[in-house]
Design a binder for this molecule. Structure first.
Ligand SMILES: Nc1nc2c(c(=O)[nH]1)N[C@H]1C(S)=C(S)[C@@H](COP(=O)(O)OP(=O)(O)OC[C@H]3O[C@@H](n4cnc5c(=O)[nH]c(N)nc54)[C@H](O)[C@@H]3O)O[C@H]1N2
Ligand SMILES: Nc1nc2c(c(=O)[nH]1)N[C@H]1C(S)=C(S)[C@@H](COP(=O)(O)OP(=O)(O)OC[C@H]3O[C@@H](n4cnc5c(=O)[nH]c(N)nc54)[C@H](O)[C@@H]3O)O[C@H]1N2
Ligand code: SF4
Ligand SMILES: [Mo]
Length: 885
């Protein structure tokens, strides 16, 4: 990247995952550029595909922004007054607990701090919860149960020096890609890797052992490991004796034998023993776990079963080892520090009378809470029942991400006051807001975030605030002031808030809590501005001295019983529905979805189904499938694959009604949750599968986005995505006559129509002043529709479109390398012509040579192709045919 003297480089942090990579935003020229910050310890200059493609997604709110109240644009003074008056009114008539805040790990620490303080100290309602409830809460409670405090005892460097890394329920290759690259480097140095996941994922590319366990059976596997460690004399007796308690109770409850474990996990005894042998046989073991652990009815128990094994071998508090719950969101950890979960008060303090009184005094609180509040699922239940009458949702999209989406939608639709702060109004949740407050986005915001390894980094603004948008901390503070709390909320900068937050971490602490950054409480503005990535606790490794922040100073083994998921398949709903992430999208796509480039890797909702199940059910690639259960249905295109076991399905969480319909996968997840953490069982829904037949399929390529609201009917299925410089809208229709209704919705001045009665196909071109605005194709089947096209490259001479010459050339295989836009088809051709290694492909096509996010998929394609070639060679040899590769 060429940097000119006039360029301005701002160091900041990537706004996506919890790896927390440092970035440099380069402004000053025509276009924003973003590259990795070589000086940041989390990534040392590397970025994954999402980080590398940040620039084209900035800023996302390209409309003229203004608050919207009761459907009408208004100005900030009016909107803020309205919010504070209405909140006051609800509090006066129904009490503080009828008000709730639902926050997010995508807020900055300063935003989070102010919202938590307003609610818990001044409004006087404990009902502040966050989307971290759906993400990290099982991990939090497990750490609290074991260590007495929510402390992640591992740093990224530990991965560099571990002998064995066990990834449990993590698809890090796609979800924590820069850390995954660090794992690859460790592998090259000899570290062994075990992946524990019911699916074959991209992460399996580095696995020396893949345990494709029965979904939900992790406790059985780790209880078996504890038993094995005890039976084979691999315990660290001294550590257990000096630093822990309840070992015998935990072992008694875990006791099992390998045959039982094999039965419960669907794994072979051979594989189980190999894993146990490796775990027991290596000194430095990191267990790296994520949503396959947390999002379960027994998520907390799963995490404690893992932690128990680390306590048993003393592999904690030392370099190269420990139970490592990786955080998902960029500031999930900051939210935990602030106390954003309803089950915490603030700064890692809970609700003992001493803690409540210390925080009350520090805040000068006028209406202090004294106990925990509602957890996310319960909170929305109370919205539905009418007990909660006002909810303020910030930086999260619960209509898509909470279980049973339509119930959440219905609850919000009838809630008297729904306030939504988001940097785009184009979300399923914002559509239900009584008051929408446009929040400043990534490039405009200034504050701090904490990553998975407890490193606090600065996020620095590099774009000026768009007219109309305001940072979240400011919005909340301004409402607080209008509500009468001016003394406590007269903040004029994020720096002031950070100092207060830092100071609070030292209150009532005296060594009780490891989270103590009070030494930063009086940092100057310039020190804050220049704050380098800073880890807590300072200069010490958590638990290195064998002391834990419990009352006894000892870590606790937690006795864990193995149990079943709540949602179990039965005759009516025989399939397990697994849900999670794809490589290039972020959650509900409000930011990554605006990039046509990032869309290419997974351009439509795809349901992974086991290939044998598919052939039994006569399901082919791209057959339109319907998944349903008593809560509702979703539809998507089938992808038969051996990567998912029989009886299981996988659909990503990303599709909202802004991009596809009906595809909100959480619609099918029951609102059941872990009793300790309140985290929903989002990885284990149960559904039935059927195929859906459409009368015809339509694809519209257009310069402008197709407006869904303009449609007066509901197609069987639709997808709307950015394509090239324009948009694609695709739908499956029940009746051919609906095409005319679509044309009405397109509403263009001049239309040129071509119907082919014989083949049932149709092309319509919409023009305005001799310029093509859109092109519509209708066919009887989806397979007949033309390949993707970029309308920007289509000449306004429509004959090309009609003859098909502008559409034939397209390659319909998915994009594997997003950076260089290389498709699977192109990669396969290159391999066939002899470039059958990563290096050769990189040399020829560029793929894999920039961010590296596609490397696992490239390896898979190379391996599959090479295996195929070998088979052909063998067959040819048998047939005595000449060999050509
Ligand atoms: N590309 C991308 N990256 C992201 C995000 C994103 O949206 N997109 N989101 C970020 C966030 S907030 C989070 S929380 C993380 C999540 O990161 P991950 O947890 O790595 O991602 P998921 O795809 O949700 O789930 C991980 C795996 O759990 C497996 N699994 C399902 N059930 C079980 C089970 O019972 N046991 C075990 N052992 N495994 C199981 C699934 O098959 C899946 O492969 O990703 C972060 N990074
Ligand atoms: N079935 C199923 N459900 C799941 C999961 C799963 O694996 N399966 N995963 C769960 C997990 S781990 C998570 S983390 C959640 C994520 O789910 P959500 O939090 O609902 O998803 P996001 O799309 O990240 O929503 C963030 C919103 O905040 C907005 N935003 C971004 N930055 C800012 C900002 O600075 N200020 C404001 N005010 N708004 C901002 C974005 O535009 C977006 O609308 O989903 C959970 N739900
Ligand atoms: S790994 Fe990728 S998404 Fe995560 S912080 Fe780094 S660049 Fe951002
Ligand atoms: Mo998450």
């Amino acid at each position: 990247m060429i940097i000119k003297a006039t360029d301005i480089i701002t160091r900041s942090t990537c706004p996506y995952c919890g790896v927390g990579c440092g970035v440099e935003a380069i402004t000053g020229g025509d276009q924003l550029r973003v590259r990795g910050d070589a000086s940041h310890p989390a990534n040392k200059g590397k970025l994954c595909v999402k980080g590398s493609n940040l620039a084209p997604t900035q800023p996302i709110n390209d409309v003229t922004l203004a608050p919207v109240a009761d459907g009408t644009k208004t100005d900030w003074d009016i909107a803020l007054k309205l919010v504070s008056d209405r909140l006051r009114e609800v509090i006066n008539t129904s009490g503080p607990e009828s008000v709730a805040f639902y926050l997010s790990g995508q807020l900055l620490t300063e935003d989070y701090y102010v919202a938590n303080k307003l609610m818990k100290g001044f409004i006087g309602s404990p009902n502040v919860d966050t989307n971290s409830r759906l993400c990290m809460s099982s991990a939090v409670v497990a750490y609290q149960r074991a260590f007495g405090e929510d402390v992640v005892p591992v740093n990224y460097e530990d991965i560099d020096v571990a002998d064995l890394v066990v990834l449990v329920g993590s698809n890090a290759a796609w979800t924590h890609p820069v850390l995954y690259q660090r794992m690859l480097a460790a592998k090259a140095r000899g570290t062994k890797f075990v992946v524990i996941d019911p699916r074959v994922t991209a992460t399996c590319d580095l696995a020396d052992l893949h345990l494709q366990l029965k979904p939900g059976s992790d406790v059985a596997l780790f209880n078996g490991l504890l038993t094995y460690l005890a039976d084979t004399d691999l315990l660290h007796d001294q550590f257990i004796e000096d630093s822990t308690e309840q070992f015998s109770a935990a072992l008694d409850m875990a006791r099992t034998d390998t045959e039982t474990t094999a039965r419960l996990t669907d794994l072979s005894t051979h594989k189980i023993e190999q894993f146990y042998n490796w775990f027991g046989g290596h000194k430095k073991v990191v267990s790296f776990y994520s949503q396959g652990v947390n999002q379960a009815i027994n998520g907390t128990d799963k995490a404690n079963a893992i932690i128990n094994c680390h306590l048993a071998t003393g592999s904690i508090g030392k370099p190269g080892c420990g139970p490592f719950s990786i955080t998902g969101q960029p500031n999930a950890m900051g939210g935990r520090e602030v106390g954003g979960l309803s089950t915490q008060l603030a700064a890692h303090m809970g609700f003992t009378p001493e803690e409540v009184s210390a925080v009350k005094e520090f805040w000068g609180a006028t209406n202090m809470v004294n106990g925990p509040g509602l957890k996310a699922v319960e909170m929305f239940d109370r919205v539905a029942s009418g007990e909660i009458k006002a909810i303020w949702i910030m930086a999260t999209n619960p209509v898509v991400s909470l279980p049973n989406s339509s119930a959440i939608e219905a609850a919000l639709a009838q809630c008297p006051l729904v306030i939504v702060s988001d940097c785009t109004i184009e979300t399923d949740t914002a559509k239900l807001a009584d008051v929408f407050l446009p929040a400043a986005g990534w490039g405009e915001k200034d504050g701090t975030v904490t990553n998975s390894e407890r490193v606090i980094s600065r996020q620095r603004a590099f774009q000026s605030l768009q007219p109309g948008a305001r940072p979240d901390w400011q919005i909340v503070s301004q409402v607080a002031v209008l509500m009468g709390f001016e003394t406590a909320f007269s903040y004029t900068s994020s720096h002031q808030i950070f100092c207060e937050h830092a100071a609070l971490s030292g209150v009532h602490n005296e060594g009780r809590r490891l989270f103590d950054i009070s030494y930063l409480g009086d940092c100057k503005q310039s020190e804050y501005d220049n704050l380098p990535p800073t880890r807590w606790p300072q200069a010490v490794r958590p638990f290195a001295n064998g002391k834990f922040p419990t009352l006894t100073g000892r870590a606790r083994f937690v006795p864990i019983q193995s149990n079943q998921p709540f949602q179990v398949p039965e005759a009516r709903h025989p399939f397990i529905l697994n849900t999670g992430r794809t490589r290039d999208q972020w959650h509900t796509m409000t930011r990554t979805g605006v990039s046509a480039k990032l869309m290419q890797h997974a351009p439509a909702p795809t349901i992974l189904i086991n290939d044998q199940d598919a052939s039994e059910l006569k399901i082919e690639e791209n057959t339109l499938l319907q998944l349903s259960n008593t809560q509702g249905l979703v539809r998507g295109l089938a992808k038969p694959t051996s990567e998912i076991p029989s009886g299981q399905l996988f659909l990503s969480i990303h599709w909202s009604q802004q991009y596809a319909f009906p595809c909100r996968v959480s619609q099918l997840i029951a609102p059941v949750y872990d009793p300790h953490s309140g985290q929903p069982e989002s990885k284990h829904g149960v559904v039935s599968v059927s195929t859906v037949v459409a009368t015809c399929w339509v694809r519209i390529y257009s310069h402008d986005r197709f407006e869904i609201d303009a449609m007066l009917f509901e197609p069987i299925f639709w997808v709307r995505t950015p394509e090239g410089a324009g948009w694609l809208f695709e739908c499956a229709l029940a009746e051919i006559a609906q095409v005319d209704e679509l044309l009405d919705a397109l509403g263009t001045t001049e239309m040129v129509r071509f119907d082919d009665q014989l083949f049932g196909s149709q092309k319509v071109i919409g023009r305005h002043e001799n310029k093509i605005q859109w092109v519509l194709f209708r066919e009887l089947t989806r397979a007949q529709l033309p390949s993707p096209m970029d309308l920007a490259n289509v000449e306004d001479d429509w004959s090309e479109v009609v003859t098909g010459s502008s559409t034939d050339a397209g390659d319909s295989t998915p994009t594997i390398c997003t950076c260089f836009e290389v498709s699977e088809g192109a990669i396969c051709s290159a391999i066939e012509s002899g470039d059958n290694s990563l290096a050769a492909l990189g040399e020829r096509l560029g793929c894999g040579s920039n961010c590296g996010s596609c490397v696992p998929e490239l390896n898979r394609i190379i391996k599959t192709k090479n295996t195929l070639s070998k088979k052909i060679v063998q067959i040819n040899k048998r047939l005595k045919v000449g060999v050509h590769l």
